[in-house]
Design a protein around this ligand. Structure first.
Ligand SMILES: Cc1cc2nc3c(=O)[nH]c(=O)nc-3n(C[C@H](O)[C@H](O)[C@H](O)COP(=O)(O)O)c2cc1C
Length: 205
């Protein structure tokens, strides 16, 4: 099956089937099959999303791969009861976080603007706000990339943020943003909830 097609102007674009996989048919699963998600799957995911754009190319997202039973228990106890049950059945759970010291990489990843490093080094609150923004953007790339690789993602915001941060980032240099469960989806029984229409969202000036 060809997944690239061209528009009338010759501009390449994804096929309709590929767009179904990424968006129209993709669902947030309530549960997963037992099929494992291995370290190589996570690596493949990261090798895709590392190319996603961030401001100043700063790439503040950090990923904790919660693999061992011990790490899993440490994570699960900070989730809400409903989320704990769902996450327990996930083949792989990630804790997505922002590195509050992401600016340390700027001399390499954005070398042509050394003043940025100085600015962010001396403005921790601005740095935190901008870091959270970009890291959240990167979590969006991760969800779509998972779908592109045949996985489904169940994101979770229902957790005790202070508890997770104390558990995994006691030095205070990172902050938990999202728990992301990955796997092959069990059949979804819920109807898709309504989405806003183009006219509700787009204003033309
Ligand atoms: C940032 C974010 C946080 C979410 N938090 C939770 C959560 O804590 N627990 C849960 O069961 N689902 C959670 N969800 C799942 C959403 O409710 C779901 O993606 C949305 O209703 C769309 O469902 P659909 O993809 O099946 O259409 C979250 C989704 C996102 C993107």
């Amino acid at each position: 099956m060809a997944h690239l097609t061209t528009t009338g102007t010759g501009r390449p674009r994804l096929s309709s089937q590929a767009l179904d996989l990424l968006f129209r048919q993709a669902r947030t699963p309530g549960g997963f099959t037992d099929e494992p998600v291995g370290p190589e799957d996570l690596r493949a995911l990261y090798e895709l999303i590392r190319h996603g754009p961030t401001s100043f190319n700063q790439q503040p997202l950090r990923v904790l791969e919660i693999r061992s039973t011990g790490a899993r228990q440490r994570l699960l106890r900070h989730l809400t009861d409903r989320n704990r049950d769902k996450a327990r059945g996930a083949p792989l759970t990630l804790l997505l976080a922002v590195d509050l010291n992401y600016h340390e990489h700027l001399p390499v990843v954005f070398p042509h603007a050394p003043h940025l490093y100085e600015w962010l080094a001396n403005a921790p609150e601005v740095r935190r706000e901008r870091g959270r923004f970009d890291a959240l953007l990167q979590t969006g790339y991760l969800i779509v990339a998972a779908r592109a690789l045949g996985l489904a993602a169940l994101p979770m915001l229902g957790f005790d943020e202070a508890g997770l941060n104390a558990e995994f980032f006691p030095a205070g240099d990172r902050e938990a943003l999202l728990v992301l469960n990955l796997g092959r989806p069990a059949p979804v029984r819920r109807e898709r909830l309504p989405r806003l229409t183009y006219d509700q969202v787009v204003t033309t000036l």
